[in-house]
Design a protein around this ligand. Structure first.
Ligand SMILES: NC(=O)c1ccc[n+]([C@@H]2O[C@H](COP(=O)([O-])OP(=O)(O)OC[C@H]3O[C@@H](n4cnc5c(N)ncnc54)[C@H](O)[C@@H]3O)[C@@H](O)[C@H]2O)c1
Ligand SMILES: [Zn+2]
Length: 310
């Protein structure tokens, strides 16, 4: 359909099809895509269109950032996660054997075009994984959004188009507002990492297999909320509210079996958010207000993680 529309509009185009999966965000695929583009004799005025999920968006964005020293690109995200999160904000990149997203750049797309009807073919598990990032915006700075999601989460995930559109719009606005204040994550953008310290450690402990990013983030948000309550920032009732909302949507709240607290701590040790070796954690002091905390030591985090291993 995209190709047809481009042809109808008289825009010449060609496509490069890439395999689904995280392994596509690699140096070898980057090289393959750049070779294909140069082989087509692209010019500075050529634009790339990323049609797909976050994997395609991140790889295409990074390709656009470095090919011919930078060409325009457009995001057309087709997963809920990419519509509400990865297509907005300009983080682009690929993975290395040392970890995820370790090569990349901040490079903004010229346009993000999220067509929510493209989500109709998305498997429910992928839908729920994207939904975790929507919940995150509510927890970070939008309590009314959290309340609205408590009532409408099922309908959003089951395909109510009006509600889904509203969820995507609200999420994009929330992310755009934060990123325009702090594009390079010097301050407030770090709040978007709520749930991501434990989340990334869980993904890495499973070698990025058998768990989706949003599933790991759901567990991470539950743990961050539990820590917030344990540290006295969040009331116990509010924590229960958050856990109930995740459970009610059948989103994961516990670290998967076979992951050890030692493995979690090893990966938390590699967290990109660390500053001068200190853990930087995003906590909540209420539903709808996140803040950065650097006072949690490894011993405490290890004990907490044990409580969340099945
Ligand atoms: N740049 C950022 O700010 C940012 C933020 C969050 C996540 N990410 C990155 O995004 C990636 C995850 O993105 P994702 O969850 O979209 O995963 P993905 O791109 O791997 O897509 C998930 C699966 O859905 C399939 N798919 C895509 N659109 C579909 C559709 N409309 N119908 C049916 N199937 C469809 C894909 O082929 C794939 O199998 C990770 O690499 C993560 O690091 C980037
Ligand atoms: Zn995320």
């Amino acid at each position: 359909m995209l190709k047809q529309s481009l042809s109808t509009a008289g825009i010449s185009h060609t496509d490069i099809i890439l395999q689904a999966g995280e392994q596509t965000k690699s140096l070898s695929h980057l090289e393959r895509v750049i070779d294909a583009l140069l082989d087509q004799k692209i010019e500075r005025g050529t634009s790339l269109i990323a049609l797909g999920g976050g994997v395609i968006g991140d790889l295409t964005g990074f390709t656009a950032a470095i090919t011919l020293r930078g060409i325009d690109f457009i995001q057309i995200p087709t997963t809920l996660l990419s519509q509400v999160d990865s297509s907005v904000g300009g983080k682009t990149g690929i993975n290395t054997r040392f970890g995820k997203n370790l090569i990349g750049s901040f490079y903004q797309p010229r346009m993000v075009l999220a067509d929510i009807t493209s989500l109709e073919s998305l498997p429910p598990r992928e839908m729920l994984a994207g939904y975790a990032e929507v919940v995150k915006y509510g927890l970070i700075n939008d309590e009314p959004l959290f309340d609205w999601l408590e009532n409408n989460g099922h309908a959003i995930c089951c395909g109510d188009l009006a509600l889904r559109q509203s969820a995507v719009l609200t999420s994009c606005r929330a992310k755009a507002a934060i990123v325009s204040e702090d594009e390079r994550e010097g301050g407030v953008r770090a709040l978007l990492n709520l749930g991501h310290t434990f989340g990334h450690a869980i993904e890495a402990s499973k070698n990025y297999k058998g768990i989706l990013h949003g599933e790991a983030i759901s567990v991470g948000m539950n743990i961050a909320s539990a820590i917030s309550a344990d540290q006295g920032y969040l009331t116990h009732d509010e924590y229960c509210n958050i856990e109930d909302m995740l459970l009610n949507m059948q989103m994961p709240t516990m670290i998967p079996k076979k992951i050890t607290s030692a493995s979690i701590m090893k990966h938390i040790g590699h967290d990109k958010k660390k500053i001068s070796g200190k853990n930087r954690f995003i906590l909540l002091d209420k539903i709808g207000n996140a803040f950065i905390n650097d006072k949690l030591d490894n011993k405490y985090l290890k004990e907490i993680s044990k409580n969340f291993i099945r």
